[in-house]
Design a protein around this ligand. Structure first.
Ligand code: A2R
Length: 312
């Protein structure tokens, strides 16, 4: 099988390459942005800006993949508040470019669009664990763009008969994640404190929000199973099904260190609108593909902390 990962130079891409190439024996091509550095011995790497339709046409017609994993995005909620226009350009216009480029091919590659649990937004009492049929009420710019991507995916599948499957991925974590995401941020702060590079104070945002955290290595297995076994035009939640307060995650990370660490709220880390609980129902993906996450949270937290401890 030949796979194309669009936007593979970020956090998830290299894990997906490893799984597809090593575990499944796929022939993998991965795209990165011109400013990114990505060296992969298991995959061919090409530069691609999804806002450039011509570049997209060239890559797709040269590669002719069986499966496309569309990961490219402005993926930070925090940054989406600061730069809504760029977030909308990349996540909506960029996605439309990908879909239109696929539409112009003379065959129909199976395509996975990666959305987000954030799409559900303001989840009401009794709606959790939330399933794919629930209303979406996006509470931030990033979520709105991902929800739009999901709707476009469904419309392109139905109206243009494209072989598209949509995912709503809940928070995924693991070594090498950028420190603008909460678990990586906390682990980096602990590692910096241990190295003596920072006072023994942990700066945090909203600790009462409940989120569902899945190891990225489990997440990429879900993606691979979905292109193999998912149903065209359908959306699948990907998460553990068990949301935890950020406070619990913080306590677990701090307990992995022998340093005495004080916790202080940093108003800059509080988001303009925060959704109190986001917890998925993962019955659908489990029934369709047999997927469920395997890696315990403690292992992911330890490995993420160890990653930051090793960074010079
Ligand atoms: O912004 P950069 O240079 O770091 O590149 C990101 C890339 N990207 C693009 N690729 C092609 N054309 C563009 N115009 C463009 N803008 C951004 O998408 C980055 O390498 C990649 C996304 O990687 P991350 O931000 O690390 O996201 P992650 O955690 O790998 O998540 C993958 C997907 C995203 O769609 C998330 O929204 C979703 O899973 O949760």
């Amino acid at each position: 099988m030949k796979a194309l990962i669009i936007g593979g130079g970020g956090f998830v891409g290299p894990y997906l390459v490893n799984h597809l190439a090593d575990d499944l024996g796929y022939d993998v091509t991965v795209t990165k942005t011109a400013k990114e550095t990505l060296q992969m011995d298991k995959a061919k790497v090409v530069d691609l800006d999804i806002l450039d339709r011509q570049q997209l046409d060239t890559v797709l017609s040269q590669e002719r993949p069986d499966y496309i994993f569309h990961l490219a995005a402005q993926s930070s909620v925090a940054y989406s508040w600061k730069n809504p226009a760029l977030t909308i350009d990349v996540n909506v216009k960029g996605c439309v470019n990908v879909l239109d480029s696929i539409r112009d091919l003379d065959y129909k590659p199976r395509t996975l669009l990666i959305g987000s649990g954030e799409e559900y937004g303001h989840i009401r009492e009794g709606e959790c664990p939330i399933n794919e049929e629930n209303n979406v009420r996006p509470g931030n710019i990033y979520a709105a763009t991902k929800s739009c991507q999901n709707m476009l995916g469904k419309i392109y599948a139905d109206a243009y008969d494209l072989d598209i499957i949509m995912v709503r991925a809940f928070n995924h974590i693991g070594p090498n994640q950028a420190p603008m995401f909460v678990v990586s941020d906390f682990c980096k702060q602990v590692a910096d404190i241990e190295k003596g590079e920072k006072e023994p104070v942990m700066y945090v945002g909203n600790l009462s929000a409940k989120r569902d955290f899945t190891d990225v290595r489990d997440v990429v297995k879900a993606y691979a199973l979905l292109v193999e076994k998912g149903v065209r035009g359908e959306t699948y939640n990907v998460g553990t099904g068990h949301a935890l307060p950020i406070q619990d995650i913080l306590d677990q990370i701090i307990s992995l260190s022998d340093k005495q660490i004080e916790v202080k709220v940093d108003p800059n880390k509080l988001r303009p609108v925060d959704v109190p609980i986001i917890e998925p129902d993962i019955t659908k993906i489990n029934a369709q593909t047999g997927w469920k996450p395997q890696i315990p949270l403690k292992q992911t937290l330890e490995e993420t902390l160890n990653h930051w401890r090793a960074v010079q």
